[in-house]
Write a protein that binds this ligand. Structure first.
Ligand SMILES: [Zn+2]
Length: 456
């Protein structure tokens, strides 16, 4: 698939990623002679179509990127875009800009390591940290609620999506006078009633609503249920004298998890145990969270004395073999990489240990294999007995569920035009489409990769 660029008298959006899947968000908005990308994310799943440095268009013709938030499936391809000739602006919130520096540096490090493993170091298309700097130089921060004319006749306003620090719903107006088209791109939407990130703001009505659908037709556990489940896991582990390992993504999930662990301990909802944090990236991200505390719904102190930060491999090993029960939160939400691996090697075959998975585990990842009811698991060249207890604590998700979708979208059902559903497995997108039709939306469809919609 290759996009043909031509003058578009009316706004046209082509869906280039996150179509029938939850990864690789990238949509192309063309209007007159302007070409704007809505997100520029990496694809990380079994159906990956494009390599990390491949685009279905010439990056030189992209005038601007509107960035919804900093999960790598929304921003991870920006350095590759710069490497291949993108010279436009990247519009994002101020918090997103600050997080982008931390996240892209880490993402490029990983891509460089992968390229080395595949012997592609001589391949000049693999992005470098210079490309990260080039993207950061191009960032134009825009506060929530303010309107900016980004091109003649194209204006942008961000609203808090409540999914992650700095996450934004993009309200885009195109045209002037009596003929103004409105496009709303939700990015990833957050949740109501799970304090830490804010509640999502109202979603603006639009001629075209591009909406995520990750948890369409599904419902999250509430806070009480999550705490009660973790309480049982912790009490059983304490009786056995073991460790509780909690793999967590460094951006957003770790900060939220630490907040809940501390809060629940203070409220005596779970036993009080030492908490070790083995995630240098999460520590760096937490500093940005601290700077933007006003954008959280709670007053969170990222440097709490109850959390012991592990700064080196030696410190991590000492904590891993700490003689008493403790919680170890470590990077690597799906156990595919990160600091969690060394703790898994130390404890996976120890029947005293509990592994509490607090993130979605994509099929084929080590995290999903741990959850399978098989007696052993193979990783790092060895078969492990998996004598540790494996638990899933659902409910920490940063994504809207069906109750949230209904609350957010029902007010605009009668005043919106087309709805196109992205960022969801086919089953979830279909379930959301059916619910939105019941709410009164007229034209709701999950998208297919490469498909376009033109507003008239
Ligand atoms: Zn996200």
């Amino acid at each position: 698939m290759s996009v043909i660029f031509s003058h578009q008298p009316n706004p046209k959006v082509t869906f280039l990623g996150a179509a029938g899947t939850v990864t690789g968000s990238m949509h192309l908005l063309q209007y007159k002679d302007f070409n704007i990308l809505l997100d520029c994310g990496l694809e990380r799943d079994k159906n990956t179509v494009l390599k990390d440095d491949e685009f279905p268009f010439d990056p030189e013709v992209i005038d601007a990127v509107i960035l919804s938030h900093n999960h790598s499936d929304h921003c991870g391809k920006l350095p590759a875009l710069a490497r291949k000739g993108f010279r436009g602006q990247v519009y994002c919130t101020p918090a997103s800009k600050d997080l982008l520096g931390v996240v892209l540096k880490d993402s490029v490090n990983i891509q460089e390591k992968e390229a080395k493993l595949r012997n592609r170091t001589k391949n000049r298309t693999v992005p470098s940290q210079n490309d990260t700097f080039s993207i950061l130089d191009r960032c134009v921060p825009l506060d929530y609620g303010k309107t900016l004319e980004i091109r003649n006749g194209i204006s942008l306003r961000f609203h808090d999506a409540g999914h992650l620090l700095g996450s934004a719903i993009s309200e885009i107006s195109l045209g002037k006078g009596d003929k103004v088209f409105k496009i709303t791109y939700t990015g990833d939407l957050g949740r109501f009633g799970l304090p830490f990130h804010t509640n999502p703001s109202p979603v603006p009505a639009a001629d075209l609503l591009i909406c995520e659908s990750t948890y369409g037709g599904k419902y999250h556990d509430n806070e009480e249920k999550m705490a009660a489940k973790l309480d049982i896991v912790m009490r059983d582990t304490i009786k056995r004298g073991g460790k509780i390992l909690m793999p967590a993504f460094s951006l957003g999930r770790t900060q939220m998890l630490l907040y809940y662990l501390e809060t629940w301990m203070l409220q005596n909802k779970i036993p009080r145990l030492p908490i070790f944090l083995d995630s240098p990236l999460a520590v760096e991200i937490s500093r940005v969270y601290k700077r933007y505390n006003k954008h959280l719904s709670v007053n969170w102190n990222s440097e709490s004395e109850n959390i012991m930060i592990l700064d080196s491999w030696e410190e991590a090993q000492t904590a891993s073999f700490h003689p008493k029960p403790a919680i170890i939160v470590a990077s690597g939400g799906m156990c595919e990489g990160g600091k969690i691996l060394s703790h898994l090697k130390n404890h996976l075959d120890d029947p005293r240990t509990s592994i509490a998975l607090v993130s979605f585990q994509a099929p084929t990842t080590l995290g999903s294999k741990l959850l399978e009811k098989k007696p052993s698991v193979y990783f790092h060249g060895k078969s492990w007995n998996k004598w540790a207890e494996i638990h899933e604590i659902k409910g920490f998700s940063g994504h809207a569920d069906q109750t949230d979708f209904n609350k957010l979208l029902s007010p605009i059902a009668k005043t919106s035009g087309h709805v196109r559903l992205v960022h969801g497995e086919p089953e979830s997108a279909k379930a959301l489409a059916s619910e939105l039709s019941k709410l009164g939306f007229k034209d709701v469809k999950p998208v297919r990769r490469g498909e376009s919609v033109t507003l008239t």
